[in-house]
Ligand binder design. Structure first.
Ligand code: GLP
Length: 241
């Protein structure tokens, strides 16, 4: 695991955008695995800025997102579909028909998971997967458990995740209780992984996940076993190492 220490959130975002930009420059028709949450917003902003200056071209890029809430329509401003359009897709020259997320409105869990997993394989896999980190060590929506869930699946969100995400909803009751997410195997099959962590509130989980044992109780710990992971972490999140 390569670890790049960044001064702060802005520096982390610039470093991450540089890595994504290098990927897109080297392979213009690459498949990017994308993430939501507050952590990658600055990275998307930086990429948009470089796109506006003519320094990066997304016209041939395909994207697959990690996860999506089950039951939220696309037009709900908390859906990850809405998030990706607002923060990235609608601001660059990406071909929207080449952007993919799990369909949170599909009530048939088995069918949706099989469709999404198959789609990722049909694209030839993910060249670079962007990841954030949950406070309990989750990646995508792979919550702590007794074993690593392998492929795209539907999860019951943990109370702590609902609690952490309720700030975006009118109340905790409105946070969806389930989500579709790529599985650990799906994520581990990405050729390269770029993991971003920012803030003092993540310092403890950074230590546990990347300097502790590999265990499904801390899903992100499996990334220690991937051969090409870059962790970009700001000083606050690295303060317990
Ligand atoms: C959500 C997302 C994850 C994300 C995590 C951390 O649960 N499903 O993909 O990494 O939150 O979010 P944040 O970056 O806001 O801390």
């Amino acid at each position: 695991m390569r670890i790049y220490k960044a001064k702060d959130y802005k520096d982390m975002s610039r470093k991450a955008a540089n890595i994504i930009s290098a990927q897109v420059t080297m392979k213009p028709d690459c498949t990017l695995g994308l993430a939501t949450g507050s952590t990658p917003i600055g990275t998307y902003d930086q990429l948009v800025e470089w796109y506006e200056k003519g320094d990066i071209d997304f016209s041939e890029v395909t994207t697959v997102n990690l996860d999506e809430y089950k039951g939220l329509p696309r037009e709900n401003d908390q859906s990850y579909y809405y998030f990706m359009h607002e923060h990235f897709f609608d601001r660059v020259n990406i071909d929207v028909s080449h952007t993919n997320l799990p369909d949170g409105t599909n009530p048939d869990e088995d069918a949706e998971c099989a469709r999404y997993e198959e789609l990722i394989h049909s694209l030839g896999g993910v060249d670079l997967q962007l990841l954030g980190l949950g406070h309990n060590g989750h990646i995508g929506f792979n919550e702590p458990g007794e074993f690593f869930e392998k492929e795209t699946h539907c999860v019951q969100l943990q109370e702590s995740t609902i609690e952490a995400n309720k700030r975006f909803f009118a109340s905790a009751d409105e946070v969806p209780k389930k989500a579709y997410t790529m599985g650990i195997k799906t994520i581990m099959q990405a050729k390269k992984i770029l993991l971003l962590v920012s803030g003092a509130d993540k310092a403890e989980i950074v230590k546990t996940a990347f300097f502790g044992p590999v265990t499904p109780a801390v899903p992100a710990s499996i990334l220690q076993m991937h051969s090409d992971v870059t962790l970009v972490v700001d000083e606050a999140a690295y303060s317990k190492i």
